[in-house]
Design a protein. Sequence first.
Length: 363
Amino acid sequence: MDVYLDDKSSLHLLRKVSTDPRLELRTTGEQCPMSLGSSPVSLHRMGIPHLLSYLRVPENGTLGVLVPDAKHRVRAHGTSCSVKAKLPGDCTFMLLTNANDYDPSLLVPQDSRVFVMPPECVVLGMAGRLMRGGASDKDAWTKNVLMLTKLCLGLCGTYRHDPFDPWKGSVTYEVPPLTSVDALGALSACLHGERGARLYKEAIQHVYDLSGSPQESFMGPALFFSSAYGGLDLGEFDANKPLDLSKSELASIDCRTITPDFFLSTYDLALEYLGSVHEKGSNPKKDHVRSLDYQTLGKRELAFVYDDVKTQDAFMHSAARIVTIMEQFDGPGVRTRFERLKGDQAFMKRQKQLFQTFRPWLR
């Protein structure tokens, strides 16, 4: 039996596969889900017992499946069914497979095939779910944009949230990104009236590639998003992009490449977030060498640790360090605007919403 998973179940597996070397998702040419068979279809007939157990369906979860039309809806305990005649644009389903034959995973069924929606379609599906929750008022719209942007930054980033507890669960680092800003944008151009399309298009405008951690994904929006979304709107930046250095510059430093968490080229300013991993092993020495290299190159570096950004007050105090450098180039207007935002209760409320969205463990 072929089982086509919906956006929510697909997201669980996307996060699982990217952190399990035994699994992989193989691209297919399939755009249309097929019927699961004549109704009723029971869970045990799907032939995916280990996957159902992993997805916690026998306990308190549900298996979200897709069918091509309403007459093929599945009515079975433990399932939720959605109609999807065809994936949008050029998107195609991905097949859950073993990465190798000598160490197969029990999650890959022997007598069935499991198809997963691609990340871009998962994001669109989640946008639709958020819109069902209501977005008639401005506060709800702002929250939904932030939540969808957070999801995109994780999928485009090199870290992965826990499949079942993305809010407070463990995080896996140094994994390949699941999608990219370009891929999200390509789907956006193909959307015409789909549920959640407006929210999808708004959110992806704020996404950038290769964020390295949840804290980095918080720092970017907090510093650079529009004040309408609770950000300080500090201008243009590059995220996790290697500095373009000449041969002579490379010859003068110890690091082979330098990739700032954020780089403000207008001010030759690098921003680094030093999470707990930077305290382990040889990382403190590497960070020190990189700081010396920034000095050699004539670039400024500001490094932040958790205590610098753990509260709104701490974050605004740290952001003032950036503003101090910016006003040396742009004049006192930068400081005036920053101070005005600090005194704006409506802005501080929006900033609090941003903090709560990207840092739920502080609630």
